[in-house]
Design a protein around this ligand. Structure first.
Ligand code: NAD
Ligand code: GLY
Length: 377
Protein backbone atom coordinates (compact mmCIF):
# COMPACT_ATOMS: atom_id res chain seq x y z
CA UNK A 1 0.00 0.00 0.00
CA UNK A 2 1.32 3.42 -0.93
CA UNK A 3 0.61 6.43 1.22
CA UNK A 4 0.98 10.10 0.47
CA UNK A 5 1.47 12.29 3.50
CA UNK A 6 0.30 15.86 3.85
CA UNK A 7 2.73 18.00 5.80
CA UNK A 8 -0.18 20.22 6.82
CA UNK A 9 -2.08 17.32 8.37
CA UNK A 10 -3.78 18.22 11.66
CA UNK A 11 -4.52 15.43 14.12
CA UNK A 12 -6.95 15.71 17.02
CA UNK A 13 -7.35 12.98 19.64
CA UNK A 14 -10.66 12.18 21.24
CA UNK A 15 -9.60 10.75 24.59
CA UNK A 16 -12.13 8.19 25.78
CA UNK A 17 -9.95 5.45 27.28
CA UNK A 18 -10.41 2.26 25.25
CA UNK A 19 -12.78 4.09 22.88
CA UNK A 20 -10.25 6.81 22.01
CA UNK A 21 -9.71 7.73 18.37
CA UNK A 22 -8.13 10.30 16.11
CA UNK A 23 -9.61 12.89 13.80
CA UNK A 24 -7.26 13.52 10.88
CA UNK A 25 -7.76 16.76 8.95
CA UNK A 26 -5.78 16.94 5.70
CA UNK A 27 -6.44 17.90 2.12
CA UNK A 28 -6.40 14.75 -0.02
CA UNK A 29 -6.69 12.36 2.94
CA UNK A 30 -9.53 10.61 1.10
CA UNK A 31 -6.90 9.02 -1.15
CA UNK A 32 -5.08 7.63 1.91
CA UNK A 33 -8.25 6.37 3.59
CA UNK A 34 -7.43 2.68 3.08
CA UNK A 35 -4.03 2.85 4.82
CA UNK A 36 -5.31 5.20 7.52
CA UNK A 37 -8.26 2.93 8.34
CA UNK A 38 -6.08 -0.20 8.34
CA UNK A 39 -3.71 1.51 10.77
CA UNK A 40 -6.53 2.72 13.04
CA UNK A 41 -7.89 -0.83 13.19
CA UNK A 42 -4.45 -2.05 14.18
CA UNK A 43 -3.92 -3.87 10.90
CA UNK A 44 -0.52 -2.60 9.79
CA UNK A 45 0.31 -6.08 8.56
CA UNK A 46 -2.62 -6.05 6.13
CA UNK A 47 -6.36 -6.36 6.12
CA UNK A 48 -6.76 -9.35 3.81
CA UNK A 49 -10.19 -10.85 4.33
CA UNK A 50 -11.69 -7.77 5.97
CA UNK A 51 -14.67 -6.10 4.36
CA UNK A 52 -15.19 -2.35 4.23
CA UNK A 53 -18.87 -1.46 3.69
CA UNK A 54 -19.20 2.10 2.40
CA UNK A 55 -22.52 3.75 3.26
CA UNK A 56 -23.10 6.69 0.95
CA UNK A 57 -25.82 8.49 -0.97
CA UNK A 58 -25.79 8.27 -4.78
CA UNK A 59 -24.68 11.87 -5.36
CA UNK A 60 -21.68 11.74 -3.01
CA UNK A 61 -20.88 8.25 -4.29
CA UNK A 62 -20.65 9.56 -7.86
CA UNK A 63 -18.23 12.30 -6.81
CA UNK A 64 -16.03 10.58 -4.21
CA UNK A 65 -16.94 6.85 -4.20
CA UNK A 66 -14.40 5.68 -6.82
CA UNK A 67 -11.44 7.28 -5.00
CA UNK A 68 -12.47 5.75 -1.68
CA UNK A 69 -13.06 2.32 -3.20
CA UNK A 70 -9.68 2.41 -4.90
CA UNK A 71 -7.89 3.45 -1.70
CA UNK A 72 -9.62 0.77 0.37
CA UNK A 73 -8.89 -1.94 -2.20
CA UNK A 74 -5.29 -0.73 -2.43
CA UNK A 75 -4.98 -1.33 1.30
CA UNK A 76 -6.34 -4.86 0.92
CA UNK A 77 -9.99 -4.50 1.96
CA UNK A 78 -12.82 -6.25 0.13
CA UNK A 79 -15.24 -3.42 -0.60
CA UNK A 80 -19.02 -3.24 -0.84
CA UNK A 81 -21.02 -0.07 -1.37
CA UNK A 82 -24.40 0.37 0.33
CA UNK A 83 -26.41 3.20 -1.22
CA UNK A 84 -28.71 5.20 1.05
CA UNK A 85 -31.08 7.94 -0.13
CA UNK A 86 -30.08 11.55 0.62
CA UNK A 87 -31.89 13.86 2.98
CA UNK A 88 -33.31 14.27 6.45
CA UNK A 89 -36.57 12.55 5.47
CA UNK A 90 -34.60 9.34 4.92
CA UNK A 91 -33.03 9.41 8.38
CA UNK A 92 -35.30 6.58 9.43
CA UNK A 93 -35.32 3.07 10.83
CA UNK A 94 -36.17 1.93 7.31
CA UNK A 95 -32.82 3.30 6.09
CA UNK A 96 -31.05 1.42 8.87
CA UNK A 97 -32.95 -1.71 7.89
CA UNK A 98 -31.83 -1.33 4.28
CA UNK A 99 -28.22 -1.24 5.48
CA UNK A 100 -28.83 -4.40 7.54
CA UNK A 101 -30.35 -6.08 4.48
CA UNK A 102 -27.24 -5.37 2.42
CA UNK A 103 -24.86 -6.48 5.17
CA UNK A 104 -26.90 -9.67 5.51
CA UNK A 105 -27.04 -10.25 1.75
CA UNK A 106 -23.25 -9.98 1.59
CA UNK A 107 -22.96 -12.25 4.64
CA UNK A 108 -20.40 -9.94 6.21
CA UNK A 109 -18.65 -11.01 9.40
CA UNK A 110 -17.87 -9.18 12.62
CA UNK A 111 -14.50 -7.94 11.29
CA UNK A 112 -16.35 -5.72 8.81
CA UNK A 113 -15.82 -1.98 9.06
CA UNK A 114 -18.65 0.40 8.16
CA UNK A 115 -17.37 3.55 6.43
CA UNK A 116 -19.79 6.50 6.37
CA UNK A 117 -19.01 8.79 3.42
CA UNK A 118 -21.20 11.91 3.37
CA UNK A 119 -22.96 14.49 5.50
CA UNK A 120 -24.47 14.25 8.95
CA UNK A 121 -27.48 12.23 7.83
CA UNK A 122 -25.29 9.44 6.43
CA UNK A 123 -23.00 9.51 9.48
CA UNK A 124 -25.88 9.29 11.94
CA UNK A 125 -27.68 6.48 10.07
CA UNK A 126 -24.55 4.45 9.25
CA UNK A 127 -23.28 4.89 12.80
CA UNK A 128 -26.49 3.54 14.27
CA UNK A 129 -26.41 0.58 11.87
CA UNK A 130 -22.77 -0.06 12.89
CA UNK A 131 -23.71 0.16 16.58
CA UNK A 132 -26.34 -2.54 16.27
CA UNK A 133 -25.41 -4.99 13.47
CA UNK A 134 -23.99 -8.10 15.12
CA UNK A 135 -23.91 -6.03 18.35
CA UNK A 136 -21.40 -3.59 16.95
CA UNK A 137 -19.10 -3.34 13.93
CA UNK A 138 -16.07 -1.07 13.60
CA UNK A 139 -17.10 2.30 12.25
CA UNK A 140 -15.22 5.08 10.43
CA UNK A 141 -16.52 8.52 9.50
CA UNK A 142 -15.45 10.37 6.34
CA UNK A 143 -17.58 13.52 6.61
CA UNK A 144 -18.04 15.56 3.43
CA UNK A 145 -20.11 18.55 4.62
CA UNK A 146 -18.62 21.26 6.82
CA UNK A 147 -21.30 20.57 9.44
CA UNK A 148 -20.34 16.91 9.55
CA UNK A 149 -16.60 17.71 9.58
CA UNK A 150 -16.80 19.97 12.63
CA UNK A 151 -19.75 18.49 14.49
CA UNK A 152 -21.72 15.37 13.66
CA UNK A 153 -18.80 13.03 12.86
CA UNK A 154 -17.21 13.69 16.26
CA UNK A 155 -18.51 12.48 19.59
CA UNK A 156 -20.40 9.29 18.86
CA UNK A 157 -24.02 10.42 18.70
CA UNK A 158 -25.73 8.20 16.13
CA UNK A 159 -29.39 7.64 15.36
CA UNK A 160 -32.51 8.31 13.37
CA UNK A 161 -35.70 10.34 13.57
CA UNK A 162 -38.93 8.69 14.68
CA UNK A 163 -42.46 10.03 14.22
CA UNK A 164 -42.03 13.77 14.37
CA UNK A 165 -39.15 13.58 16.86
CA UNK A 166 -35.58 14.22 15.72
CA UNK A 167 -32.89 11.76 16.76
CA UNK A 168 -35.31 9.96 19.08
CA UNK A 169 -33.78 6.54 18.50
CA UNK A 170 -30.04 6.13 18.64
CA UNK A 171 -26.93 5.12 20.47
CA UNK A 172 -23.68 6.60 21.68
CA UNK A 173 -21.23 4.75 19.48
CA UNK A 174 -17.78 6.15 18.82
CA UNK A 175 -16.05 5.73 15.47
CA UNK A 176 -12.54 4.23 15.31
CA UNK A 177 -11.33 7.08 13.12
CA UNK A 178 -12.59 10.29 11.52
CA UNK A 179 -11.00 11.39 8.24
CA UNK A 180 -11.69 14.98 7.21
CA UNK A 181 -10.70 16.01 3.70
CA UNK A 182 -11.44 19.76 3.37
CA UNK A 183 -11.10 19.43 -0.42
CA UNK A 184 -14.44 17.62 -0.47
CA UNK A 185 -16.09 20.93 0.45
CA UNK A 186 -15.32 22.23 -3.07
CA UNK A 187 -18.35 20.38 -4.44
CA UNK A 188 -20.67 21.55 -1.67
CA UNK A 189 -22.91 24.55 -2.31
CA UNK A 190 -22.09 27.89 -0.68
CA UNK A 191 -25.33 27.65 1.28
CA UNK A 192 -24.29 24.27 2.78
CA UNK A 193 -20.77 25.55 3.55
CA UNK A 194 -22.23 28.62 5.22
CA UNK A 195 -24.59 26.43 7.24
CA UNK A 196 -21.61 24.47 8.60
CA UNK A 197 -19.77 27.72 9.31
CA UNK A 198 -22.45 28.59 11.90
CA UNK A 199 -21.14 25.70 14.02
CA UNK A 200 -17.53 26.88 13.60
CA UNK A 201 -18.58 30.35 14.76
CA UNK A 202 -20.40 28.68 17.68
CA UNK A 203 -17.15 27.03 18.83
CA UNK A 204 -15.48 30.43 18.80
CA UNK A 205 -18.23 31.91 20.95
CA UNK A 206 -18.39 29.09 23.50
CA UNK A 207 -14.72 28.20 23.86
CA UNK A 208 -12.12 30.11 21.86
CA UNK A 209 -12.12 33.90 21.45
CA UNK A 210 -9.00 33.79 19.26
CA UNK A 211 -10.72 31.32 16.91
CA UNK A 212 -13.69 33.71 16.76
CA UNK A 213 -11.41 36.60 15.91
CA UNK A 214 -9.54 34.65 13.15
CA UNK A 215 -12.86 33.53 11.63
CA UNK A 216 -14.00 37.13 11.74
CA UNK A 217 -10.85 38.25 9.88
CA UNK A 218 -11.04 35.47 7.29
CA UNK A 219 -14.76 34.84 6.85
CA UNK A 220 -14.88 35.53 3.09
CA UNK A 221 -11.87 33.30 2.37
CA UNK A 222 -13.21 30.55 4.62
CA UNK A 223 -16.56 30.49 2.86
CA UNK A 224 -15.02 30.41 -0.62
CA UNK A 225 -12.40 27.87 0.62
CA UNK A 226 -9.48 30.10 -0.34
CA UNK A 227 -8.26 30.78 3.21
CA UNK A 228 -5.29 28.68 4.35
CA UNK A 229 -6.83 28.91 7.83
CA UNK A 230 -9.60 26.48 6.81
CA UNK A 231 -7.91 23.25 7.97
CA UNK A 232 -6.94 24.87 11.25
CA UNK A 233 -10.46 26.21 11.80
CA UNK A 234 -11.86 22.71 11.25
CA UNK A 235 -9.24 21.09 13.50
CA UNK A 236 -9.70 23.66 16.26
CA UNK A 237 -13.47 23.15 16.12
CA UNK A 238 -12.99 19.38 16.38
CA UNK A 239 -10.51 19.87 19.25
CA UNK A 240 -13.08 21.89 21.20
CA UNK A 241 -15.78 19.29 20.64
CA UNK A 242 -13.35 16.46 21.45
CA UNK A 243 -12.46 18.11 24.77
CA UNK A 244 -16.10 18.52 25.74
CA UNK A 245 -16.98 14.96 24.69
CA UNK A 246 -13.99 13.56 26.61
CA UNK A 247 -15.35 15.06 29.82
CA UNK A 248 -19.05 14.37 29.23
CA UNK A 249 -19.44 11.65 26.61
CA UNK A 250 -23.04 10.78 27.47
CA UNK A 251 -24.39 14.32 27.56
CA UNK A 252 -25.14 14.57 31.27
CA UNK A 253 -23.81 18.10 31.83
CA UNK A 254 -21.05 20.07 30.10
CA UNK A 255 -21.84 18.68 26.62
CA UNK A 256 -24.88 20.96 26.72
CA UNK A 257 -22.62 23.94 25.86
CA UNK A 258 -22.37 22.54 22.31
CA UNK A 259 -26.04 23.48 22.04
CA UNK A 260 -25.41 27.23 22.22
CA UNK A 261 -27.98 28.75 19.85
CA UNK A 262 -29.77 25.42 19.44
CA UNK A 263 -32.68 26.00 21.86
CA UNK A 264 -34.35 28.68 19.73
CA UNK A 265 -32.67 27.27 16.59
CA UNK A 266 -34.40 23.90 16.93
CA UNK A 267 -37.74 25.65 17.60
CA UNK A 268 -37.31 27.69 14.40
CA UNK A 269 -36.57 24.54 12.39
CA UNK A 270 -39.60 22.83 13.87
CA UNK A 271 -42.02 25.75 13.45
CA UNK A 272 -41.07 25.96 9.76
CA UNK A 273 -41.34 22.18 9.27
CA UNK A 274 -37.59 21.93 8.51
CA UNK A 275 -38.26 23.54 5.11
CA UNK A 276 -37.17 27.16 5.48
CA UNK A 277 -33.77 27.01 7.12
CA UNK A 278 -30.68 24.90 6.73
CA UNK A 279 -29.65 23.81 10.24
CA UNK A 280 -26.86 26.38 10.50
CA UNK A 281 -29.16 29.20 9.38
CA UNK A 282 -31.54 28.40 12.24
CA UNK A 283 -28.58 28.11 14.64
CA UNK A 284 -27.26 31.51 13.54
CA UNK A 285 -30.62 33.07 14.44
CA UNK A 286 -30.70 31.03 17.65
CA UNK A 287 -27.23 32.22 18.68
CA UNK A 288 -28.39 35.82 18.33
CA UNK A 289 -31.48 34.96 20.43
CA UNK A 290 -29.25 33.36 23.09
CA UNK A 291 -27.01 36.41 23.14
CA UNK A 292 -29.97 38.79 23.55
CA UNK A 293 -31.45 36.55 26.26
CA UNK A 294 -28.05 36.64 27.97
CA UNK A 295 -28.16 40.43 27.82
CA UNK A 296 -31.66 40.46 29.33
CA UNK A 297 -30.39 38.17 32.12
CA UNK A 298 -27.42 40.49 32.78
CA UNK A 299 -24.99 37.72 31.77
CA UNK A 300 -23.94 38.56 28.20
CA UNK A 301 -22.32 41.96 27.54
CA UNK A 302 -23.92 43.82 24.57
CA UNK A 303 -20.46 43.86 22.93
CA UNK A 304 -20.70 40.07 22.51
CA UNK A 305 -24.04 40.40 20.69
CA UNK A 306 -22.54 43.13 18.48
CA UNK A 307 -19.45 41.05 17.57
CA UNK A 308 -21.58 37.97 16.92
CA UNK A 309 -24.19 39.69 14.76
CA UNK A 310 -21.52 41.58 12.82
CA UNK A 311 -19.73 38.31 11.96
CA UNK A 312 -22.95 36.47 11.13
CA UNK A 313 -24.11 39.27 8.83
CA UNK A 314 -20.74 39.34 7.05
CA UNK A 315 -21.02 35.56 6.64
CA UNK A 316 -24.37 36.10 4.90
CA UNK A 317 -26.71 34.92 7.64
CA UNK A 318 -30.03 36.53 8.54
CA UNK A 319 -29.96 37.71 12.18
CA UNK A 320 -33.34 39.44 12.32
CA UNK A 321 -36.27 37.28 13.35
CA UNK A 322 -38.84 37.20 10.58
CA UNK A 323 -42.10 38.94 11.60
CA UNK A 324 -44.12 36.00 10.23
CA UNK A 325 -42.75 33.76 12.99
CA UNK A 326 -45.04 33.82 16.03
CA UNK A 327 -43.08 34.41 19.22
CA UNK A 328 -45.70 32.58 21.31
CA UNK A 329 -45.46 29.60 18.99
CA UNK A 330 -41.68 29.55 19.37
CA UNK A 331 -42.03 29.74 23.15
CA UNK A 332 -44.54 26.90 23.28
CA UNK A 333 -42.08 24.76 21.33
CA UNK A 334 -39.34 25.64 23.82
CA UNK A 335 -41.46 24.20 26.63
CA UNK A 336 -41.67 20.91 24.71
CA UNK A 337 -37.88 20.75 24.57
CA UNK A 338 -36.54 17.72 26.46
CA UNK A 339 -34.38 20.01 28.59
CA UNK A 340 -37.06 22.49 29.67
CA UNK A 341 -38.29 22.63 33.28
CA UNK A 342 -41.28 24.16 35.09
CA UNK A 343 -39.81 27.70 35.38
CA UNK A 344 -38.89 27.98 31.69
CA UNK A 345 -36.58 26.63 29.01
CA UNK A 346 -32.92 25.92 29.70
CA UNK A 347 -30.38 27.99 27.83
CA UNK A 348 -26.67 28.04 27.21
CA UNK A 349 -25.44 31.62 27.60
CA UNK A 350 -22.16 33.37 26.84
CA UNK A 351 -20.74 35.53 29.68
CA UNK A 352 -17.94 36.50 27.27
CA UNK A 353 -16.62 35.67 23.84
CA UNK A 354 -14.89 32.33 24.30
CA UNK A 355 -16.87 31.01 27.25
CA UNK A 356 -20.30 29.53 27.88
CA UNK A 357 -22.32 28.41 30.85
CA UNK A 358 -25.25 26.02 30.69
CA UNK A 359 -28.44 25.23 32.57
CA UNK A 360 -29.82 28.79 32.76
CA UNK A 361 -33.57 28.60 33.31
CA UNK A 362 -35.12 31.51 31.44
CA UNK A 363 -38.70 32.70 31.94
CA UNK A 364 -41.06 33.15 28.98
CA UNK A 365 -41.17 36.90 29.71
CA UNK A 366 -37.41 37.25 29.19
CA UNK A 367 -37.46 35.11 26.04
CA UNK A 368 -40.31 37.28 24.71
CA UNK A 369 -38.38 40.50 25.38
CA UNK A 370 -35.28 39.15 23.64
CA UNK A 371 -37.17 37.84 20.60
CA UNK A 372 -39.10 41.14 20.32
CA UNK A 373 -35.73 42.91 20.14
CA UNK A 374 -34.51 40.42 17.55
CA UNK A 375 -37.50 41.24 15.35
CA UNK A 376 -36.37 44.85 15.25
CA UNK A 377 -32.69 44.23 14.40
P1 NAD B 1 -26.87 16.17 4.97
O1 NAD B 1 -26.21 14.98 5.48
O2 NAD B 1 -28.31 16.09 4.63
O3 NAD B 1 -26.06 16.68 3.69
C1 NAD B 1 -26.52 17.80 2.99
C2 NAD B 1 -26.51 17.57 1.48
O4 NAD B 1 -25.18 17.69 1.00
C3 NAD B 1 -26.99 16.19 1.04
O5 NAD B 1 -27.89 16.39 -0.02
C4 NAD B 1 -25.73 15.51 0.53
O6 NAD B 1 -26.00 14.65 -0.53
C5 NAD B 1 -24.89 16.65 0.07
N1 NAD B 1 -23.45 16.46 0.16
C6 NAD B 1 -22.74 15.95 1.19
N2 NAD B 1 -21.43 16.10 0.98
C7 NAD B 1 -21.30 16.69 -0.23
C8 NAD B 1 -20.18 17.13 -1.00
N3 NAD B 1 -18.93 17.06 -0.52
N4 NAD B 1 -20.40 17.69 -2.20
C9 NAD B 1 -21.68 17.85 -2.65
N5 NAD B 1 -22.77 17.49 -1.98
C10 NAD B 1 -22.58 16.92 -0.77
O7 NAD B 1 -26.73 17.42 5.97
P2 NAD B 1 -25.66 17.81 7.07
O8 NAD B 1 -25.89 19.26 7.31
O9 NAD B 1 -24.30 17.34 6.75
O10 NAD B 1 -26.12 16.97 8.35
C11 NAD B 1 -27.35 17.22 9.00
C12 NAD B 1 -27.64 16.06 9.93
O11 NAD B 1 -26.61 15.97 10.91
C13 NAD B 1 -28.96 16.19 10.68
O12 NAD B 1 -29.67 14.98 10.56
C14 NAD B 1 -28.53 16.38 12.13
O13 NAD B 1 -29.44 15.83 13.05
C15 NAD B 1 -27.22 15.66 12.16
N6 NAD B 1 -26.32 16.09 13.24
C16 NAD B 1 -25.80 15.14 14.04
C17 NAD B 1 -24.93 15.48 15.06
C18 NAD B 1 -24.31 14.42 15.90
O14 NAD B 1 -23.65 14.74 16.89
N7 NAD B 1 -24.45 13.16 15.53
C19 NAD B 1 -24.58 16.82 15.27
C20 NAD B 1 -25.12 17.79 14.42
C21 NAD B 1 -26.00 17.41 13.40
N1 GLY C 1 -24.19 18.28 18.45
C1 GLY C 1 -24.17 18.27 19.87
C2 GLY C 1 -23.50 17.07 20.47
O1 GLY C 1 -22.85 16.32 19.81
O2 GLY C 1 -23.63 16.88 21.65
Amino acid sequence: MTERTDRNEQRVSVNLAERSYDIVVARGVLDNAGCAIARALGQNGGVAGRTAAIVVNPKVDRIYGPRLVSSLKGAGFSVITIPVAAGESYKTLRAVERIFEQLYRHAVDRKTVIVALGGGVIGDVAGYAAASYQRGLDFVQIPTTLLAQVDSSVGGKTGVNFGSAKNLIGAFYQPRLVLVDPDTLKTLSLRERRSGMAEVIKYGVIADASLFSRISDEIAGLLDLKSSFLEEAIARSCRIKAGVVASDERDMGLRAILNFGHTVGHALESVTNYRTYRHGEAIALGMVSASLIGEEMGITPPAVTRALTDLLVRAGFAVKLDASLGIQQIISLLSLDKKSVAGGARFVLAPNLGSATFGHIVSDAIVTRALDRQRLM
